[in-house]
Design a protein around this ligand. Structure first.
Ligand SMILES: Cc1cc2nc3c(=O)[nH]c(=O)nc-3n(C[C@H](O)[C@H](O)[C@H](O)COP(=O)(O)OP(=O)(O)OC[C@H]3O[C@@H](n4cnc5c(N)ncnc54)[C@H](O)[C@@H]3O)c2cc1C
Length: 805
């Protein structure tokens, strides 16, 4: 056996084989895959082999599209068959909410180049005749849907990888992964030890056990899953005489997916009485095994399916496949460099290996070979969970995800499982004040505050929700008096040391502030993509506080650690520093009432240490609301005291608490971009206007400088702009297409309702040469074309007089 290699991929399921193939495709041929049994010995061999592009996350949908198109390429390279059946598929809607979801998906597909179509009941009956369309109001038809042979496809990946120089060692069990001081790995197998620069965990059903060998907890859990294959169905036999294969039918109401198998049908269920599998860990004795049939679990689902697909009831069951596969808490894969580890990569929790395996392999290989991926992978980045995650959280979340696999997923929905997990000292106070809670990165965050007999629950919807009045009220309080909310959901970092300034100057593209001041700066990847949007406060020449997105803590810390240097120390202090933001015309008066220090000379973007009430605080004069505002940071142990001081003083000035819904409305008044919406690795500084924060004159070769300079020279081809929309009861969420002269010219990055201006607003990217104030476009919201006008004057405080005054 080969004992030294650049990469060892652990696991020969469809995902491991795809990673191996993509590494060779991108030029790394000294790579190896180790499989404890035969290839496909985990979930892969018993998969139903279905594939589809539909995914709520746009980048995941694009990667699913890539995966599906890849199969032809694999067949051509290897001469092997993947057993492809490109039969197309319909996803049914039996109520308006489901239809709204499909309309929103269809709209996104327009600029992604996916040829999906909305079809009505009559057409559904023609396309998919086994369907009883009673109660169905429409469907999304996707010509790319289909199925394949799971084993043949995995072996085709393996052959293509071998053709690129990879070595595959089967019947070779990995028992230990031990890291050497230089960051390389000894992979101990029962056939000997392999020395490798990198390790990839593609252990599928055993990914938890493989991770534990390196001391890493992977937040995933296996679930049992069942599908049935019927005897011949006369309607299918008849269709096959004309050479017509029946397409797939996804029936969310029945939580089922159906396709043709031979001359019969195959139907699988995401049943509500679902069961997690191998709670204590996956046994090494489990191999190409199936679980005992369990019809009780799917009894209700079958009953529903008999109504939707009456032919099923008349066909005998030929085969039952009941097996386990893994999920992460949100159902998306866990991919990328594992935070806190060197040269250890994840390719786990891929619950739809035949829809996603190709994309996962491509992204991971790009990351390893080229240092970064071509698109934003955050939706599947293993760094989207922090070290707060535990098996106790993962299991209920995975069950919830399984149960909701076919549910409508609403843009404003807050899922209830495994909550509350993390709360600040303000939780009970805000709860008593009517907080309606959301969760971010495991933390409870008030979305808004219900008053009187308003419900403590926001109705999930694609349209304007019942949070409307409360949000409006909170926006009004900020714009006309003063609002208060917590700064708990900011990621916060302390950068200290003699080299702190020098290091930050290289890591960040912007200007670093002098002591007592703060600045805003983008952080760029080598290829000049936006990987962070930071506020930097200079506490002293050797100490800086950074703030950024709360949900990106592991993502940002991983980057900082990858670029660690002598003379600088970076600490994640996100949960060790808390406090409040107060914003609005009365904010200064409130703060002045709470401190003996004179703050009248505190300028916009100044920072100062002040004693507020009894509490020593770091106060920054800045606010994401775009208003006159202060962020007041303190030790969480003193937070309730600080609250009492600010709240008591605020009463004379009409203070109200406000939540994230109001915050998102307020920032739209000023067209402020938001992380993961306007700013993400999908975009560049030139496209998003973040280039105005780049310090072009600094001598330091900051990361991403060459790419950013090249973009500046050439000019960005697309530009982020704002629109006012003639909307009705639904506003832009994200990724709605922007039409001009009958063609899609761009898409929205986010949007919402400006309660201050009483206008529906969207932000989006369109070609730079088309963008101009007053440009008339149409934005497709839930299948309806809405007239929109490009606007460039902020809706509030256009000259910044209030914010800076
Ligand atoms: C009933 C059912 C139906 C499904 N239908 C579909 C479908 O229609 N479409 C779809 O896309 N997906 C489907 N899936 C999901 C699909 O099967 C998985 O997404 C996919 O198989 C995951 O592949 P993997 O490579 O990540 O993991 P696995 O297939 O579990 O592979 C992991 C491999 O790692 C090896 N391994 C583990 N530990 C070690 C070690 N220590 N040393 C060496 N080797 C090790 C194992 O032996 C195994 O071969 C279905 C799943 C089930 C259960």
């Amino acid at each position: 056996m080969k004992t030294s290699t650049r990469v060892v991929v652990i696991g020969g399921g469809v995902v491991g084989c795809s990673v191996l193939y993509h590494l060779t495709k991108l030029g790394w041929s000294d790579v190896m895959l180790v499989e404890r049994s035969d290839l496909t010995s985990g979930s892969t061999w018993h998969a139903a082999g279905g594939f589809h592009t539909l995914n709520g996350d746009t980048n995941m949908a694009a990667l699913q599209g890539y995966t599906i198109r890849l199969y032809k390429e694999l067949e051509e390279i290897t001469g092997m068959s993947c057993g492809l059946h490109h039969v197309g598929g319909v996803t049914l809607a039996d109520n308006q909410d489901r239809m709204d979801m499909l309309l929103a998906e269809r709209a996104k597909h327009r600029y992604m180049g996916l040829e999906t179509e909305i079809v009505g009941p009559d057409e559904i009956k023609k396309i998919a005749p086994v369907t009883n369309v009673d109660g169905v109001i429409g469907a999304l038809y996707d010509p790319l849907d289909g199925h394949l042979d799971p084993s043949g496809t995995t072996h085709a990946y393996a052959k293509a990888a071998r053709m690129g120089g990879a070595v595959i060692e089967t019947h070779c069990m990995v028992r230990e992964t031990n890291q050497r001081a230089d960051g390389t790995w000894d992979v101990v197998t029962d056939k000997g030890t392999i020395h490798a620069e990198h390790v990839v965990n593609a252990g599928g059903l055993w990914a938890r056990e493989v991770g534990a060998m390196a001391g890493v907890y992977f937040p995933l859990h296996p679930m049992e899953h069942q599908y049935l294959v019927t005897e011949d169905v006369p309607m299918i036999v008849e269709m096959m005489k004309d050479g017509i294969e029946h397409p797939h039918v996804m029936d969310p109401a029945g939580e089922s997916y159906l396709r043709q198998e031979g001359n019969g049908l195959c139907i699988g269920f995401y049943e509500q009485p679902c069961r997690p599998w191998a709670v204590e860990g996956t046994s090494w004795d489990f191999g190409q095994d199936l679980l005992p049939d369990d019809f009780d679990k799917i009894e209700d689902s079958i009953e529903f399916a008999y109504k939707r697909f009456p032919d099923l009831e008349r066909a005998g069951v030929k085969n039952v496949i009941h097996g386990p596969f893994t999920f992460a808490p949100d159902g998306n894969p866990l991919v990328g460099p594992v935070p806190g580890m060197r040269n250890y990569w994840s390719a786990c929790a891929v619950m739809a290996g035949f829809s996603q395996g190709g994309g996962v392999g491509l992204m991971l290989a790009q990351w390893m070979v080229e240092g970064e991926c071509e698109r934003d992978t955050f939706a599947m980045d293993c760094a989207r969970f922090g070290d707060w995650i535990t098996p106790g959280y993962t299991r209920p979340k995975v069950i919830e995800n399984y149960q909701k696999r076919f549910s409508v997923s609403y843009p404003n929905e807050e899922l209830p499982a495994a909550r509350p997990l993390r709360q600040t000292p303000m939780y009970d106070i805000f709860d008593q004040m009517g907080a309606v809670w959301g969760a971010q990165y495991g933390l409870e965050v008030p979305n808004y505050f219900a008053e009187g007999d308003e419900p403590r629950y926001e109705t999930p919807s694609f349209r304007r929700s019942n949070a409307w009045e409360a949000t409006k009220r909170e926006v009004k309080a900020v714009r006309e008096a003063v609002g208060i909310n917590e700064v708990h959901n900011f990621g916060k970092y302390l950068v200290t040391g003699a080299n702190a300034r020098g290091w930050l100057d290289r890591i960040m593209a912007g200007r670093l502030p002098k002591p007592g001041r703060l600045s805003l700066t983008p952080m760029l990847s080598e290829k000049g993509r936006l990987i962070g949007d930071f506020t930097i406060s200079c506490l002293s020449d050797e100490a800086f506080q950074l703030t950024a997105s709360y949900g990106s803590q592991a993502y940002h810390m991983r980057w900082f650690e990858q670029h660690e240097a002598d003379g600088v120390h970076v600490e994640n202090i996100s949960d060790r520093l808390n406090g409040f933001q107060i914003a609005g015309p009365k904010a200064r008066e409130v703060l002045q009432d709470c401190t003996l220090s004179d703050i009248s000379d505190m300028r916009f973007m100044d920072i100062r240490h002040l004693t507020v009430g009894m509490v020593d605080c770091l106060v920054q004069r800045v606010s994401y609301t775009g208003d006159l505002g202060f962020e007041i940071y303190c030790d969480p142990m003193a937070q309730r005291s600080l609250w009492q001081t600010l709240w008591d003083a605020g009463q004379a000035h009409g203070m109200k608490p406000f939540g994230m819904r109001a915050m998102m409305s307020l920032r739209l008044d000023k067209f402020f971009g938001s992380w993961q919406r306007e700013f993400s690795p999908d975009y560049t500084p030139g496209e998003t206007g973040m280039d105005r924060f780049i310090n072009w004159s600094k001598e330091v070769d900051f990361i991403g400088k060459h790419a950013a300079l090249a973009e500046r020279e050439k000019g960005a081809e697309r530009t982020l702009v704002a629109f006012e929309i003639d909307a009705d009861d639904a506003d832009v969420v994200a990724y709605e297409p922007i039409w001009h002269d009958g063609a899609v010219i761009g898409f929205c990055t986010s949007g919402g309702y400006s309660h201050h201006a009483g206008k529906s607003i969207a932000m989006g990217l369109i070609p730079t040469d088309v963008a101009e104030d007053g440009l008339a476009v149409e934005i497709e919201i839930l299948g309806q074309m809405r007239a929109a006008i490009q606007i460039s004057t902020p809706l509030f405080d256009a000259d910044g007089a209030r914010m800076r005054g």
